[in-house]
Design a protein. Sequence first.
Length: 246
Amino acid sequence: MTTDYDTACAAEFAALQNRVDRYFVDLTTDCPYGMPYTASFHQAMFGPLTDRAMELFLAAGYRRNGNCLYNMRCAQCSACIPIRIRPKNFTPNRNQRRVARKNSDLNIRLTPVDMDHDNMVLCDRFLQARYPQEHNTAEGYYGGFFCNTIVDSVRIEFLLKDRLVGGSIVDLGGNWMNAVYFYFDPDESARSLGTFNILSLVEMCLDYGIDYLYLGYFIKGVAAMCYKDHFRPHELFLAGTWLESS
């Protein structure tokens, strides 16, 4: 069901899109998620955006990479589906409550998105363990993906005593949060830190009065993406409309 909020966003975005669509280009590459198709990124570089402009792009299914906004327009595949949660409606399931208890010994703090030593080391360890491609480095991810000058971003750090075990990059607006990326200590996989990260983002949204938490893409069959399906109720952006999946 389309809500009044989404109807208003769609109308505003249509006007915005008319002004900026000429700046977008389509770039093709191998699928970054391992699907056997050519990926097509419909993207453009931006200068600083207003809170509302970023909200409209997110509500229209766009994602951020550095100073670039994009959506997927792949000719042979439609597996990348934007997913979001309304924190006020979310109810953790039994496994998620167990994960929260398991990680109750962690401290959480907010920091700027900068290239400090501990985060760079941890991010590199994560990338080498999970995505060991030649050009996947913390310096590349921070410099080309996380850091930006178009929206306000923060890093949420998860610490076991004084040891950094996870870092979550998020963009933050008055009524929205955009989960950009999460990395963690591969030796702490038993903690299910990816799940705990989303639970923590939900709590942060509730504390800040944020109504929409965007989780990136849900991709069925891709483990790094399909775990988001367990956070219910959630909404999927299908054929230009946000539809609830309970």
